[in-house]
Write a protein that binds this ligand. Sequence first.
Ligand code: SF4
Length: 447
Amino acid sequence: MTQTVRPLPILEGRDHDTKAGNYFVSNYPPFAYWTEAGLGEARDALDVPPPADRPLGLYVHIPFCRKRCHFCYFKVYTDRNAAAIKQYIDAVQRELAMYAEHDFLGGRKPQFVYFGGGTPSYLSAAQLTELTDGLKAVLPWDEVEEVTFECEPGTLNEKKLQAIRDFGVTRLSFGIENFNDHILETNGRAHLSKQVYAAYEWARAVGFPQINIDLIAGMLEETEPNWIDNIRKTIELDPDMVTIYQMEVPFNTTIFKRMKEEGKLTAPVADWDTKRAWVKYAFDELEKVGYGISSAYTAAKNPDQTRFVYRDHLWHGADLLALGVSSFGHINRTHYQNDKHIESYVKTVLDDGRLPLQRGYRINDDEALIREMILQMKTGKLERDYFRDKFDVDIVEHFADVYRQYEQAGFLTIDDKRITLQRDAMLQVDTMLHEFFLPDHRGQRYV
Ligand code: SF4
């Protein structure tokens, strides 16, 4: 039987074609409002003891990759040798030691740890063990509920995976993106599909409690038959969680550079309707085999047991102590970002003995409410009591204009307990969130 993917209705007035820019809303207010002037607030936040019930997480950024993907907008380094990596590891450990002198910790240990990048698995087993031993010596991991580790399949072998499990990773996240070698190569990925299968088998043999795989809907040259095949192969692999992003083309990517050279405004990838329809197809197929949809991007096998602790805590206002070049952290309701350049990051930490903070922003009560509400909206469900208890606000009354408009459009339903998004709306939730922003924060790029 030939399968096809049905297009979805789109929010009126939203983009149809994929244009350059960031679509994904990852934080609030947008990064453009985090400034050098806010650094004093970020430093002050470090000396405020935390409320007793606020969880602490640790994020560790590893900025190295084997090669740069054409859709990548992160600052990544593809040419660093072992000495440079050793220096970086030293700097990250030293950075944590500096944080340990501040009151915001309040005796807390991390409840969750996340290694992101870049490519954390670019590091060798020995480098990773050295790094994590050093971090644990400052802040022990004996209370962690989850340690997530992002990896690129082509950087793994059995020994490295065993080391990754041994130092405590519970959730291994594979950046697969696509199973088709031509599409992987066209998009500049470093790995091929045979490396996916080998690495996945080793990871299962090692026995990680949870394996997530990342896919991207709408990569360069993606087609509907190939997408259907991707989902079939995903289901065959049987991962605990599947995360699907819709392809965006930020300004500082190779794809955008090419668009500019060719004078094109529309990116050479599928339009938004098609990408949403592909994600919907994927979710429908995953649901047929027992997965539950736990956010606009994720499907979880055994949804009652398969948690994503990092996401859930972060979307409920946890503190995130972020280490490493260009990392984004959040402490005592204050955002901060680290130095974006590895040379100056390392120098500031190792030579000057200072925290490498580059910009900050203290959020007020309104912004904290909006931040948590829009992030939790990505789960497709908002519990009204949660916001009444935490912010003393009924969100339906507080944002009545926007919610009633979305209700009338059929995007969500509202009852006494919760707001529930329809699936079609959930698949375009990032475009819905801007309506809740304070007027000053609208229309800004997420950079
Ligand atoms: S692996 Fe990830 S971080 Fe590295 S270049 Fe590709 S998209 Fe960027």
